[in-house]
Design a binder for this molecule. Structure first.
Ligand SMILES: CC(C)(COP(=O)(O)OP(=O)(O)OC[C@H]1O[C@@H](n2cnc3c(N)ncnc32)[C@H](O)[C@@H]1OP(=O)(O)O)[C@@H](O)C(=O)NCCC(=O)NCCS
Length: 379
């Protein structure tokens, strides 16, 4: 066996073809066109493989991303395209690759990882479903009509405006112009329609959505990403749905986006539902993540946060405040603590008040999980 190790440039085409064969049922390079942010020669060191008899038999890819959470820069990674050739499955290769990826991410100072999947393989490695989104579907007839709104297909020349609009969002992954162009192209190839919404001639917002493939039943588009003025966005939806002959559009609204959620609530006949994001998350190093979020957590706790001590231990991470301390050893419990869970959101008023440490943790957590949007690393 050769690996787990990083891909060599000479093996790039072979890997793309292998991944294509596993996920698309035939060799080719479609996957690399759909996910150009992952399958690029600049990401070779993060494309991990295992070879046997000179053949790639198992692969996992990750993409390190700098996330902005509550205004703090947090190094993280998205993981995806985990696959093993059919005849080699069930022998532990994918588990081995993922453990290797996690060790490397931890060594490289990444604080958490997001895997686009929730199968046993990931749960066994300590990834957990955590975080909160609010799913809302707006029907075509429910969408308010806008004035002075013009909607146009986004082209590469709009990338600067898209980058600017995205930069005003929180939380998000930092994105430069080159990355926006790459992501826009990938989203287009995956079949997403991306529209720029102009108000009085100025780009005010954008939205990107996938149109359902099935010609049967209702045609409800899933919004993959949006940014910018929520008012302009809302006012564009009636004409967007008309233009694309949609019956509705579904949004996953992030918890920080209360205003948009409240406006959507007013228009949607079906109330939004709180749900877990699709993928799983694993905090790699809790003290380091807390350290990175220090300015925001200080604000959230009125300074009490400064007295919190965080230490790694053999069995997990210990958080202490005054004479109290608590060991967090279960990765799922840690993901829940940091990024929250819809079931706990409903109990937000039943916060712990008896212990000071518990009160502090209730104040500083959860923090929002980054919405993958175009940055998704699928499968
Ligand atoms: C999913 C996939 C990558 C697993 O690859 P693999 O090399 O067979 O993985 P492993 O041998 O490490 O583990 C196989 C299974 O045994 C389980 N397993 C591993 N060790 C185990 C143990 N000690 N006890 C019990 N179960 C164990 C894993 O959790 C995993 O479960 P899952 O497939 O239900 O998630 C492979 O089936 C594949 O390529 N599928 C097609 C592509 C795909 O769907 N990728 C994942 C998208 S989310």
């Amino acid at each position: 066996m050769d690996g787990p190790r990083s891909l060599l440039s000479a093996e790039f085409d072979d890997l793309v073809s292998t991944v294509n064969e596993i996920f698309r049922g035939r060799p080719g390079d479609q996957i690399a066109e759909e996910f150009p942010h992952v399958y690029t020669l600049t990401n070779l060191s993060n494309l991990k493989i295992i070879k046997k008899d000179g053949r790639i038999i198992s692969h996992a890819g990750f993409l390190p991303r700098l996330a902005s959470i509550l205004g703090c820069a947090v190094p993280s990674a998205s993981v995806g395209f985990v696959c093993t050739r059919k005849e080699e499955r069930g022998k532990g290769y994918a588990s081995l690759l993922l453990r290797d990826c996690m060790r490397e991410m931890e060594r490289r100072g990444l604080d958490f990882l997001y895997i686009s999947g929730s199968r046993d393989l990931y749960l066994r490695l300590g990834a957990a479903r955590a975080g909160i989104t609010h799913r809302c579907t707006l029907g075509r007839l429910e969408a308010p009509k806008g004035r002075e709104i013009l909607v146009e297909e986004a082209l590469e020349r709009d990338a600067q405006d898209l980058t600017r609009l995205h930069s005003q969002e929180s939380p998000r992954y930092f994105r430069n112009l080159t990355m926006t162009k790459t992501l826009l192209k990938g989203a287009q190839i995956r079949g997403c329609r991306t529209l720029v919404v102009r108000r009085n001639g100025h780009p005010s917002s954008y939205l990107s959505f996938a149109i359902p493939r099935s010609p049967k039943g209702s045609k409800v588009a899933m919004v993959q990403e949006y940014a910018g003025s929520r008012e302009a966005l809302l006012e564009s939806l009636s004409s967007v749905m008309k233009a694309f002959d949609l019956d509705g559009m579904t949004f996953d609204v992030q918890p920080h986006d209360r205003e948009f959620l409240n406006v959507l609530k007013k228009h949607c006949s079906i109330p939004p539902t709180s749900r877990l994001p699709e993928g799983t998350v694993r905090v790699l190093n809790l003290p380091r993540l807390i350290g990175r979020l220090t300015p925001a957590l200080e604000e959230k706790s009125n300074g009490l946060f400064r007295k919190l001590k965080t230490e790694p231990e053999a069995r997990g991470f210990r958080l202490s405040l005054g004479g109290e301390s608590r060991l967090f050893s279960d990765p799922m419990g840690i993901a829940d603590l940091v990024f929250g869970h819809p079931s706990k959101e409903a109990n937000a008023t039943a916060k712990e008040t008896r212990l000071k440490l518990g009160t502090l943790l209730d104040h500083i957590f959860p923090v929002p999980l980054v919405w993958s949007g175009w940055d998704c690393v699928l499968y």
